[in-house]
Design a protein around this ligand. Structure first.
Ligand code: ZN
Length: 491
């Protein structure tokens, strides 16, 4: 994986048992000590008491600390490591890496004796055997003065899946919630009415971070500059009653009556996916360094479930723009269209494995998982001459067994972070809009070349992404060297 210029100077993992400083509650808005404005609308605002559950509730909780600096930047982040909560740890790590990267990528004019600073801290905002909530609070002092950001990650324990705050909200109550937020925010001197109106037009997507107050009401936060009159994050309190989904109710209980999630942690022998070579170091999957994605703004387009005859149309579009993508193919379709598989490879795209018949691997025993993957690799090899090193488990469903088998087969698990749900809305304009509105540096975008509407959307999508300055790359170009068995969501 390519790294930003910023050097990590210290990475330490410290036990937190009984140490409440690590989990000290952080107010939702940044306190600025020296404000140039004569009147600070934030000064008079009394925020409700927000939840911050002591980390000691979670047995075995540790805190990861990451510190970095160069000549003009300093950054410090801490976030919790909750035993067994794999996807949550991944999500917090990815968020931290993202923020460090964006921070370093921004020019910060030198100020006398003061370096640009990024600080990421955390609060545990829910904890139970069903749900864990972690809010990351970041404050940045740099080119734009103070910037405040909050994001809350809600972890569904049984599914090993991180959900956004919007998962707390009942779909039928979205309009009512939007109205309640609008009500609460109207007349608040911290909030710019025009920005608010614009933000709320996005419906549920407007809400970046949703958590609970100490009284169990909803606390809806907006990042700095989204609706705020300054760059500071803004939150409003709205009633929880009538707005929560079933998951939201469970999360509220986890917030108000915190308990040890006590997630079973797999035995270390199965938790170690990377095979060791004779030197004792994991054999890495080689990336492709044709493009330096630490410098270029890179996006990897990925297409699943094919190939089908119509994939040829998409290949024409990609060829006409000189763009390469990654195709995760289903074995039964490889068998039906070996000529298309060969064309995909011959034209410089990367071939990936999406199992023989698109079964959810987490429901299968180890022998069946191995067979699903290995037999597809054999078909792809037969058609193209190359053996895939990238696996995309159908539905993104994976677990320790899948990781171990992927590692045995020398394959990395490639998931995604932008999903236009093109299978749900077979509408080119909708797909285009969703891809473009969620595109960002380092993204892995998921689409399906089996849908005519998706294939038709991509000429326009690619032209716009190129016009926006993105370099479109394959997954090995985006990620660089990869560890067998490991899950990757984005760069
Ligand atoms: Zn699929």
């Amino acid at each position: 994986m390519r790294r930003a210029a910023l050097a990590l100077v210290a990475v330490a993992t410290l036990a937190v048992a009984g140490c409440t400083e690590e989990a000290a509650p952080t107010p939702p808005t940044v306190t600025v000590t020296a404000t140039p404005d004569a009147v600070d609308p934030f000064a008079d605002f009394a925020a409700p008491e927000l939840l911050s559950i002591p980390g000691a509730v979670v047995e075995g909780l540790e805190v990861e600390h990451v510190e970095a600096e160069d000549e003009t930047h300093v950054a410090f982040a801490s976030y919790p490591l909750i035993p067994g909560a794999e996807d949550l740890t991944e999500a917090l790590k990815a968020s931290r890496e993202d923020q460090f990267r964006d921070f370093v990528a921004t020019e910060h004019p030198a100020q006398e004796g003061v370096l640009a600073e990024l600080n990421i801290s955390w609060d545990l905002v829910g904890s139970s055997p069903e749900v864990i909530g972690v809010r990351l609070n970041s404050t940045e002092f740099g080119a734009h003065g103070f910037d405040g950001d909050a994001s809350t990650h809600w972890y569904h324990v049984e599914a090993d899946e991180v959900l956004p705050g919007t998962a707390l909200i009942d779909e039928a109550a979205v309009d009512s919630l939007v109205a309640a937020v609008e009500d609460e925010a109207t007349g608040d001197p911290r909030i710019d009415p025009a920005l608010l109106e614009q933000q709320l037009a996005g419906g549920l997507d407007a809400f970046d971070s949703i958590a609970f107050t100490a009284d169990g009401e909803l606390w809806v936060e907006f990042d700095g500059a989204q609706v705020s009159v300054s760059n500071r994050a803004v939150g409003v309190e709205v009633p929880a009653e009538g707005h929560l989904s079933e998951f939201g109710e469970t999360a509220r209980t986890a917030a108000l009556e915190p308990a040890d999630p006590d997630i079973p942690v797999p035995e270390p022998t199965t938790a170690e996916p990377a095979p060791l070579d004779t030197e004792g170091t994991p054999a890495m999957i080689q990336g492709d360094d044709d493009v330096d994605c630490s410098q270029a703004k890179c996006i990897a387009l990925t297409f699943d479930d094919g190939p089908v005859g119509g994939t040829n149309d998409l290949l024409d579009v990609l060829a006409s723009r000189g763009v390469h993508a990654t195709f995760f193919m289903v074995g039964t379709n490889v068998k039906a269209h070996p000529d298309v598989v060969k064309r995909i490879h011959d034209e410089g795209h990367v071939l990936g494995n999406h199992t023989m018949d698109h079964k959810q691997l987490t429901r299968l025993n180890e022998a069946s998982i191995r067979d699903e993957i290995a037999s597809t690799n054999a078909l792809i090899e037969e058609a193209s001459g190359v053996t895939p090193v990238l696996l995309r488990p159908p539905y993104g469903a994976t677990n320790g067994s899948v990781a171990t088998i992927a590692a045995e087969l020398g394959m990395a698990q490639i998931l995604w972070d932008v999903d236009p749900e093109d299978w749900k809305d077979k509408n080119s304009a909708v797909v285009t809009d969703r891809v473009l509105s969620h595109a960002h540096n380092g993204a892995i975008i998921l689409s399906h070349d089996i849908h005519e509407t998706t294939r038709a959307a991509y000429a326009g999508i690619i032209d716009q992404l190129l016009a926006d300055g993105y370099t479109l790359v394959t997954v090995p170009e985006l990620l660089g060297d990869m560890t067998p068995g490991q899950k990757y969501f984005r760069r």
